[in-house]
Design a protein around this ligand. Structure first.
Ligand code: FES
Ligand code: FES
Length: 166
């Protein structure tokens, strides 16, 4: 038996200790907001937070999260940084197909929670592991800056999300 604390709730689970957290979330608990992409820690689609740190759920065994606080996309909007990120995502209409976006938002929220005024380099470092096949990277960066209140003067097309960037 493993006790996992997910989004503020305790779950007593009879699962193998080495079951990936992604499996636990999606298949055992039915929390499908966290996505399966590569299953190898390479794409970022499955990003969750463990004690506030962005973590790839597909390569993290359930036992590694026992006694820690797990946060998923379903609850990130309840955190101050996550709320700002989600509002900016909506304002700039960031997603295209949407598949990678849970992971993008989780990584961006962790960045903003630890760094209130991230630079371009900070954003690049934090988001480098989140792959988007639709190429929403420009809007992702603009939304992180908007959430942080960092000026984006000089790139008004990015800020306003004009048709050319949708
Ligand atoms: S599904 Fe976990 S990193 Fe790709
Ligand atoms: S929005 Fe389609 S993969 Fe990122």
């Amino acid at each position: 038996m493993i006790m996992l604390h997910i989004n503020g709730s305790a779950h007593k689970l009879h699962i193998p200790a080495d079951m990936p957290l992604l499996w636990v979330l999606r298949d055992v608990l039915g929390m499908t907001g966290t996505k399966f992409g590569c299953g190898m820690g390479l794409c970022g689609a499955c990003t969750i937070h463990i004690d506030g740190q962005p973590t790839r759920a597909c390569i993290t065994p359930a036992s590694a999260a026992a006694g820690k606080q797990i946060t998923t996309i379903e609850a990130i909007g309840a955190t101050p940084a996550g709320k700002k990120i989600q509002l900016a995502w909506l304002a700039l209409d960031v997603p295209q197909c949407g598949y990678c976006q849970s992971g993008q938002i989780m990584s961006a929220s962790a960045l903003l929670a630890g760094n209130r005024k991230p630079t371009d380099a900070d954003i690049d470092n934090a988001m480098a592991g989140n792959i988007c096949r639709c190429g929403t990277y420009v809007r992702v960066r603009a939304a992180i800056k908007q959430a942080a209140g960092v000026t984006t003067t000089g790139v008004p097309d990015i800020v306003t999300g004009t048709e050319a960037l949708k």
